[in-house]
Write a protein that binds this ligand. Sequence first.
Ligand code: BGC
Length: 401
Amino acid sequence: MPSLTRVLVVALCATFAAGALSAPAVAKSKSKSQGGLSVTKSSFGNLPPSMGGTAIDRYTLRNGRGMSVAIITYGGIIQELTLPDRRGRKANVTLGFADIAGYTSEAYAEANPYFGAIIGRYGNRIGGAQFTLDGVTYPLDANNGPNTLHGGFQGFDKKVWDAESFKTAKTVGVRLTYTSPDGEGGFPGTLPVEMIYTLDNRNRLRMDYEATTDKPTVVNLTNHAYWNLAGEGSGSIEGHLLKLNADRYTPVDETLIPTGELAAVAGTPFDFRSFHTIGERIRGNHEQLVFGRGYDHNWVLNPPRGSGLNLAAKLVDPSSGRVLSILTTEPGIQFYSGNFLSGTLYGTSGRQYRQGDGLALETQHFPDSPNKPQFPSTTLRPGETYSTTTVYAFSTKGGGH
Ligand code: BGC
């Protein structure tokens, strides 16, 4: 298996940028508008005193096509993402909350769904909450049964990121930075991280991640947005159609740690090589669906056909005609069908989120790679740069798919 394609990524990004997404140049002013593109900064309130009371900012990126994305400095969370349906009617299609209290409530901490957040240092699970690198064993937070999930108790989703907005001729965006101290969550190495969100006029939201380290470590960053393309709070996503560019997936044990096998999806409910609704097979008694209480698995993406970003997933809501295509440099994607949402949270529009009311598609390296030498490596060493890119590209379609 290839190791992290950190250098290659630069070439891939350059190819993709040949379209509307050119490299961001950081600018300083607070609000700017050009060709319908604008970025504005506003207050999103303060963290509660028990969490330090820090002021949280919200950056709203808008384009000339009716799409807007709001990102908050707490967790780098995509707090709102609004776009038109096939008839031009707008809706917010990502799960979240209208105010900071939603993200800091006890109910949220208990449910811990990671709505819209940047996930680090390690997206998804590390088995037994430890890994060994260069002969040293690093104990991590066991925050999910015996395992580490999404970086531990205080992952990147709970950090306040520094932010700077920017605009280029064809894009607007926000550059977020955070330096994770050596030993945070048990992970070795001081890790400066940069995550850039960029919106263009083709309804594409691009995410560029970069990190370096001063000690050998492991890194796996992703974004944890939940989608309901009919609008958040509008009910189940079981009628959404999904296609995944993957012939194989990584089956898990009952604690959702990969067994190490790369299993064929053919003939199983995990075969999304052509469109299927999410609900079609989700109630089957396949052992893997039982372990996940639905879909909660990593798919092994088929390698890209040429240069450029790899098309990983396509999600269609037949009722609104909204389509989300996900392109990435990553080798895997976690499809999580919102199985653990249990009606304890009320979202942005005040409506209850129940099981399956949103789904996440997280581009990533495979779960538990630090303990699975046969998986693509997540090791980052001093002198190397971790660099990955994912794009959420939105469009609309008429009837059918
Ligand atoms: C995991 C799920 C988890 C969810 C929210 C997903 O990435 O795979 O098991 O419940 O995140 O924490």
